[in-house]
Write a protein that binds this ligand. Structure first.
Ligand SMILES: C[S@@+](CC[C@H](N)C(=O)[O-])C[C@H]1O[C@@H](n2cnc3c(N)ncnc32)[C@H](O)[C@@H]1O
Length: 198
């Protein structure tokens, strides 16, 4: 199993604001692009992937939308609008939720009011955490654990205080090369690196 967490610090948890953020300063389209490249391959989807999108621009709780590739039904197409609509639907379902509640959205998709910090604490019990960042170990020198979980951000960097808590959870840092890439490009390289080692 491969897990990916995208911490989207600029993404609104209100579904209308989320949709309005496409192509604007919130750059919510990043989430659709990353979702596309983590879950799908040509003519199919990967069957061993779980993706967590953590949307943090909120006046109450972060929303963590989870996509499990093995449980997803027919998604209805790979275009950006379809994927952003799936995220917006999960946000609508999450309206009025209290802290740390979970709701089902549709097959393979759930939404939780859980923070990034709490989520990674939970994931660290099952997975080896790897943070994608330019100062990390070159990916080709990394020996991956059997259950890796990759942590990425949107265009806003991980806050400094998160580095200490991630360190306590044994997070390793990975570099994917000299260029600053989009999160959606990082996940393709990670998948490919793992695919080549199978
Ligand atoms: C567009 S980048 C984020 C840019 C952000 N402004 C920053 O300075 O970190 C999106 C995600 O991809 C990761 N990333 C981008 N290029 C990378 C590279 N060459 N190696 C490792 N991670 C990378 C970043 O760490 C971040 O999690």
């Amino acid at each position: 199993m491969r897990a990916f967490v995208v911490r989207a610090r600029a993404a609104p948890v209100d579904s209308q604001q989320f949709l309005a953020g496409i192509g604007q300063s919130a750059h919510t389209e990043i989430l659709a692009h990353t979702l596309m490249n983590t879950l799908f391959v040509a003519q199919s989807h990967r069957d061993d992937v779980v993706v967590y999108l953590v949307l943090e621009s909120t006046s109450d709780f972060s929303r963590t939308i989870c996509f499990r590739s093995s449980e997803l039904g027919h998604i209805g197409g790979f275009h950006e609008q379809n994927l952003t609509n799936k995220i917006a639907k999960a946000l609508t379902v999450s309206k009025g939720m209290d802290k740390e509640q979970l709701r089902d959205v549709e097959a393979g998709i759930t939404v939780r009011t859980v923070s990034f910090e709490k989520l990674v604490q939970e994931l660290a019990e099952d997975y080896q955490l790897y943070m994608l960042e330019k100062k990390g170990t070159p990916v080709r020198d990394v020996e991956f654990a059997s259950k890796p979980c990759f942590l990425l951000t949107d265009h806003i960097p991980m806050p400094k205080k998160s580095f200490n808590s991630l360190k306590r959870l044994g997070t390793q840092h990975i570099n994917l090369g000299p260029k600053m890439l989009f999160a959606s490009q990082c996940v393709v390289l990670i998948h490919n690196e793992l695919d080549m080692r199978l």
